[in-house]
Design a protein around this ligand. Structure first.
Ligand code: 13P
Length: 297
């Protein structure tokens, strides 16, 4: 079993510490989904360029593309590469939306620094039961745990596990859930959607306020794509310390590939890979800047 001390990319900063610092500074850590070499390289490059901590989030649904041990291998290999340059800000390897306990164990064993068990589709008691089991296992290895209470609606081009039915997080239940599970971060549903918004984005900031008053751990906002800056900043001021972004990064890469293929249908794959990475980088960098508002300090 990999011990915490053997995750050099964290620079000794745990998931909990990373998010606590974000809360104190009124900023949010960006969690970008990774599933291949281009996305891992893009996240590393953005960490280096911005100097901000970043979470590389492998979704359980991307296990067909890359398993946890594969992400660890890529990260180690890239960090050893002579072209990587200056030391990076602390990084975390995070498992995103795991439905299975076994996936969490796999990520913990591979050396991830945090995991998200998503039993939010079950009733409260079952969500608590599954989350507690993961907390016990993960904490024994110094690994942080995120869980979710409530459910996000599905927007356009979403690639997450969603029922499409929105269930906003109840503040009293949130406090009870945190007390019963011992989780380190709580993903809440307050109006963001997975994917692109179908209409005007709206966040229930009163609900977020109420949750923040009852819950003392950092909050997580899923469905970052397409959320306007003013809403993101309002959420960050209310205790959101981690924001997940997936759809927009992927769309940027696919758009870049499609544009090249229109004019150069016989382009080399290596070229396409680089273009995808560059498009991911600019989208990721924009979100990292957004999550660190100049007025935050
Ligand atoms: P978006 O795809 O809407 O950015 O949401 C990402 C997410 O929440 C991953 O868990």
């Amino acid at each position: 079993m990999t011990r915490f001390a053997e995750r050099p990319w964290t620079q000794g900063v745990s998931f909990t510490e990373m998010l606590a610092k974000a809360v104190a500074e009124r900023v949010a850590v960006a969690a970008f989904n990774v599933y291949d070499l281009a996305s891992v390289r893009a996240a590393l490059t953005v960490a280096q360029q911005t100097g901000q901590p970043i979470l590389l989030a492998l979704g359980e649904r991307y296990f067909k593309n890359l398993r946890p041990v594969g992400v660890v291998g890529l990260l180690n290999g890239l960090l050893e590469s002579p072209t990587m340059g200056a030391p990076l800000s602390p990084l975390g390897l995070h498992l995103d939306h795991a439905l299975a306990y076994e996936s969490c164990v796999e990520a913990v064993t591979a050396g991830f620094s945090s995991v998200m068990i998503d039993a939010s589709q079950f009733d409260f008691a079952e969500n608590v039961r599954q989350t507690r089991a993961v907390v016990e296992r993960a904490h024994a290895h110094g690994v942080g745990v995120e869980a979710e209470l409530g459910g996000l609606a599905a927007g356009m081009a979403s690639h997450e596990f969603v029922s499409g039915q929105e269930l906003l997080t109840d503040p009293d239940q949130a406090a009870e859930f945190v007390a019963q599970t011992g989780v380190d971060a709580l993903a809440v549903s307050v109006g963001t959607v997975h994917g692109l918004y179908k209409g005007e984005p709206h966040l229930d900031l009163e609900r977020l306020d109420a949750i923040q008053h009852r819950v003392s751990i950092p909050l997580v906002l899923h469905g970052g794509s397409g959320t306007p800056a003013d809403l993101l900043h309002a959420a960050i001021r209310r205790g959101v310390a981690k924001v997940n972004v997936n759809t927009e990064v992927s769309l940027a890469a696919v758009g870049a590939i499609a544009a090249t293929l229109r004019d150069h249908p016989q382009v080399h794959m290596a070229e396409l890979d680089q273009q995808a990475q560059a498009a991911m980088e600019s989208t990721m960098a924009r979100y990292v800047q957004l999550f660190h508002p100049a007025t935050a300090h």
